[in-house]
Design a protein around this ligand. Structure first.
Ligand code: ADP
Ligand code: MG
Length: 538
């Protein structure tokens, strides 16, 4: 198994040829097995517990894989698929990982038949190209004004997730939010801020035109509302003893101490004076603001928040036009941002800062309510799926039928295509088609239905020309799911196909794994670097 070349250091583990391939395929399969049970509206959730005992309960493929601390190199490549999918589309992460896992599993069957990996790779690439053609052919165009369809797409994305019970309301809210930030057909998803608050129910989730920062003013003497806010944003502390810098002073007399304190007061005063001179009446600070500065700021009537997160600092900057200032010397009136109204509002027992009528009108916030932090986190993930799907649908204007319909139709047409091929690539195309059927099969399995029965029925309907026959998991029936409004953006599928094929072919091409710095147990052989609970899975 484990071969070492004499020209290599003793500290290097090497797995070559068939062993390397099988080992990588096994790892990829295990990753796909882990997320499989979460697929679809009837998928189950997973509870992830970090080494620090932080808990995440989720159904979201990319979240599960990102949190799992996977070390096996091939398994890590699988996790990257989910991340790419998340970045490019914002949904479909489970699907993409499952397809990649199945492509590899099926490739193994071909390897067993002594078909060379390069032939498999070639066949998979031919299939990939064909899939795009087919997708183009079976997609439907939706008009951008068709809000009803956009809502249905968002609902399909959120079915079975944390946001399920309010999905109708949420879909409306998301379509509205995306509409607000759209500019000449371009959608910058980052313009939708999600602010989470524990308290009240999911149904109290609201859309706010403007941004909400989860921070209160630092002194009750500061104004509660500022009309015509002039906003300064800084990422340095307004204090002298920054906790990051350790200073050592030696003081030998009472006078010296007094002088030192006076000096310090003078400097703080100078800082606040500079802030005041810019004409700002609001300051957001990424770091700390000390008590004396707080006192001076409130005396000057300035609304101040401290320890604002970096991402919020960036959001404020983007929406109000404020420059993020990193150095006291750069403070000046030019960097000031603007908002019509800034107000501290008590929401579910917490004080938050609301900014309305921002300079950039394209900023909106969804304020997510929920009973516990785990609930709001999972609702956030579901909303992000919905936003991603609406945005992708608007970008390309193309959608397909979900519920496994699109995968079944592609599989059918791929088989037809395979039959036209001469060489052994034909077998690879066939296995590619089989891999896609893993999606409807799993949707059925996760819903407790008989997967073979469902697949057989689906196949016969597609053979009879019903291209939108899929599994409707509201009714547990195989039917025209496009008519049942289970629709998804085409882009989810095309992206999933691309990243799954890329990773599968890349892994197939590897016949040599050279691992430096192994631990003593030899981690390539026992897969010991996968989390323990994955070992029993295959
Ligand atoms: P992913 O991370 O891949 O998006 P999901 O858990 O969100 O995984 O499941 C998506 C799959 O569920 C898609 O294939 C989609 O068509 C399917 N789906 C969504 N709603 C329904 C439904 N009501 N009936 C059947 N399938 C559905
Ligand atoms: Mg999804």
């Amino acid at each position: 198994m484990d071969k070492k070349n004499n020209f290599m250091s003793e500290d290097i583990d090497r797995v070559i040829g068939k062993d390397a391939q099988r080992n990588n395929i096994l790892a990829a399969k295990l990753v796909s097995e882990v997320v499989k049970t979460t697929l679809g509206p009837r998928g189950m959730d997973k509870m992830l517990v970090s080494p620090l005992n932080e808990i995440i309960v989720t159904n979201d493929g990319v979240t599960i894989l990102s949190e799992m601390q996977i070390e096996h190199p091939a398994a890590k490549m699988m996790v990257e698929i989910a991340k790419t999918q998340e970045k490019e589309v914002g949904d479909g992460t489970t699907t993409s990982v499952m397809i990649a896992g199945k492509l590899l599993e099926n490739a193994e069957k071909l390897l067993d038949k002594k078909i060379h990996p390069t032939v498999i790779v070639k066949g998979y690439r031919m299939a990939q190209e064909k899939v795009h053609e087919i997708l183009n052919d079976i997609s439907f165009k939706i008009a951008r004004e068709n809000e009803e369809a956009l809502k249905e797409i968002a609902m399909t994305a959120m079915t079975g997730k944390g946001a399920e019970e309010e999905k109708e309301k949420f879909s409306e809210l998301l379509v509205e939010a995306v509409g607000m930030i759209e500019e000449n057909g371009k959608i910058e998803k980052e313009n939708i801020k999600i602010e989470k608050i524990v308290g009240e129910g999911i149904k109290d989730t609201k859309l706010f035109k403007g941004i909400i920062i989860g921070k209160e003013k630092i002194s009750k003497d500061m104004p509660q509302k500022v009309n015509g806010a002039k906003i300064l944003v800084v990422d340095f502390p307004i204090e002298l003893k920054s906790p990051d810098i350790e200073t050592k002073i030696s003081i030998s007399s009472h006078n010296e101490l007094q002088n030192f304190l006076n000096e310090e007061e003078k400097m703080i005063k100078g800082m606040v004076e500079k802030i005041r001179e810019t004409g700002a009446n609001v300051i957001f600070c990424q770091k700390g603001i000390d008590d004396f500065a707080k006192y001076l700021l409130s005396k000057a009537g300035i609304y101040a928040c401290r320890r604002v997160s970096r991402s919020d600092i960036e959001k404020i900057s983007k929406s109000t036009g404020a420059r993020i200032i990193s150095n006291l010397n750069e403070i000046g009136p030019e960097g000031i941002g603007e908002a019509g109204v800034l107000e501290e509002v008590k929401t579910s027992g917490e004080y938050l800062t609301y900014l309305k009528e921002c300079k950039n009108p394209k900023s909106v916030t969804i304020l997510v309510h929920g009973g516990t932090i785990h609930v709001v986190d999972e609702v956030e993930r579901a909303l992000l799926d919905g936003i991603g799907d609406i945005a992708s649908s608007l970008e390309t204007g193309l959608v397909v039928a979900g519920g496994g319909a699109v995968e079944m139709e592609i599989a059918k047409r791929l088989r037809d295509f395979g039959r036209t091929l001469e060489g052994r690539e034909q077998l690879a195309v066939e296995e590619y088609a089989n891999a896609l059927e893993f999606i409807p099969l799993t949707l059925a399995e996760n819903a407790g239905m008989d997967p073979i029965d469902v697949l057989t029925e689906l196949k016969s309907k597609h053979d009879a020309g019903e291209i939108n026959a899929g599994l409707n998991l509201f009714t547990n029936k195989v039917e025209n799911v496009f008519n049942s409004r289970i629709i998804e953006p085409t882009k989810i599928k095309s992206q999933a196909i691309n990243s799954a094929t890329d990773v599968a072919t890349m892994i197939l091409r590897i016949d040599d794994v050279i691992l430096s710095k192994p631990n003593k147990k030899g981690r390539m052989n026992d897969l010991g670097s996968l989390p323990d609970y994955m070992n029993g899975l295959s």
